[in-house]
Design a protein around this ligand. Structure first.
Ligand code: PLP
Length: 423
């Protein structure tokens, strides 16, 4: 549907009603009127800007961005990233399938994941990916057996666990020894040393990822320094690498608090890795996709909660966006029309039969009434991908706004879609 082009991202501007929230100049209210709610709306311009900002920050240092599909793997978004020149990080064979259908070549895919099944490994080895990021000695042995049987040489990267605290939410911190991810550094060294005698395997990189939504550069820089040291040791032992994979993890500002600038983040990583002369692979997910999406929902009901606050029950909840219920994550919530802030105290909750189905606690907003639209901001990453059918709720529709036009990139699921799998 064509509309005039406007400013990038999600802005308030006079559309039909004064100060409606718009996406790249297209009114969110008009999209909700046409397609219903709950609905994810993505800004193509923001996706491009975020990708290009990270890419450009390398300022000529050799690198490859492997967008982390786990953040948002809707086909149209994967395609958009491919057109920008991105490669991908896939976390399951099903994400690999989506990547292939989005047009990515096997040589553009790295495969991570702490528990890759034998079937997944078989398909990954047969495909000949850029690398399988290996999480244990056992997994390496399984890859080797498959590759030897198929007569292939599997390209592998060892994911080491640096025992670094990312100081993120415990559910999304991955770099501590007590976390299930990767191989402890000493074991990773020992594992790498076995590679020369294993002709079905080629060690191409070391890999580290210490967590997600990291808001301080220190853990990211320290992990990069360890990766650089490790790769130099390996080269001295006759194991030259092709690149260093530093994972993803850069946080975004959900609440307006400061987060590291992309340029500082990339300079910190390049500063640590430059002495190796190796290209850097990065796997950013959230930093690209989160600010590019909102979840638009409609108010179903408003009812008293305490003497001074009300519940606002909306038609989106933990089934569409589980982050608040799962991590106590904060997302800004604004009315789509009218001013963004006000004096009413609200507990914004979803319709699901769980008391944890709270989308926003203790919010101060203008007066809301049944039928009003609200936008849940920065929901482009780890939103739609984590949606579920709990309570038989259908997966929401998704819309991409691009250059003043919008289109449905995933239609709303129906009960028939759900039941087609059942007898
Ligand atoms: C191995 C790996 N790479 C990349 C990412 C993407 O992280 P983020 O979305 O924080 O950039 C993740 C997510 O946790 C991951 O586990």
């Amino acid at each position: 549907m064509a509309q005039r082009a406007g400013p990038a991202g999600f802005t308030r501007q006079p559309v039909e009603h004064a100060h409606d929230l718009a996406c790249d100049g297209v009114s969110l209210a008009s999209i909700a009127a046409a397609e219903g709610t709950p609905i994810y709306v993505y800004s193509a311009r923001t996706l491009r800007d975020r990708y290009r900002e990270i890419d450009g920050a390398f300022a000529g240092y050799p690198h490859a961005l492997h967008y982390a599909l786990k953040a948002n793997s809707t086909l149209a978004i994967a395609r958009l990233l491919r057109e920008l020149g991105s490669a991908v990080d896939a976390n399951s064979v099903w994400e690999i399938e989506v990547a292939r259908r989005a047009g990515f070549e096997p040589s553009q895919i790295v495969f991570t994941g702490v528990g890759k099944s034998p079937d997944e490994l078989e398909r990954a080895v047969a495909m000949g990916l850029k690398a399988i990021n290996v999480e244990s000695a056992g997994e390496l042995a399984r890859i080797e057996a498959i590759a030897a049987r198929l007569g292939h040489v599997a390209r592998v990267a060892v994911r080491f666990n640096p025992d670094i605290d990312a100081k993120s939410h415990p559910h999304i911190s991955t770099g501590l020894k007590i976390n299930k991810f990767g191989v402890p550094l000493d074991d990773a060294r020992a594992l790498a040393q076995t590679l020369p005698g294993r002709p079905a395997l080629k060690l191409v990189a070391v890999h580290v990822h210490v967590g997600s939504q990291i808001t301080s550069l220190d853990p990211l820089r320290r992990a990069a320094a360890v990766a650089a040291d490790f790769s130099i040791d390996l080269r001295e032992q006759g194991l030259p690498l092709e690149y260093i994979d530093l994972g993803g993890g850069l946080g975004v500002s959900y609440d307006g608090a400061g987060v590291p600038a992309v340029s500082d983040y990339v300079s910190a990583l390049v500063g640590e890795v430059r002495r190796t002369s190796l290209p850097i692979v990065l796997e950013p997910g959230r930093a690209i996709a989160a600010p590019a999406g909102v979840l638009v929902a409609r108010v179903i009901d408003v009812k008293p909660r305490t003497a001074s606050s009300h519940f606002v029950i909306i038609d989106a909840g933990m089934t569409e966006l589980i982050r608040p219920a799962l991590y106590n994550a904060f997302h800004r919530i604004e009315p789509v029309s009218g001013p963004e802030a006000g004096d009413c105290q609200y507990e914004i909750v979803g319709p699901v039969c769980e008391s944890s189905d709270v989308v926003g606690r203790d919010r101060r907003l203008p007066r809301l009434a049944a039928g009003d639209l609200v936008a849940i901001r920065d929901a482009g990453a780890y939103g739609s991908v984590m949606a579920s059918n709990y309570n038989r709720r259908p997966l929401p529709a998704e819309v991409l706004v691009d250059d003043g036009t919008w289109r449905v990139i995933r239609r709303r699921q129906t009960v028939d879609d759900q039941l087609v799998l059942e007898t």
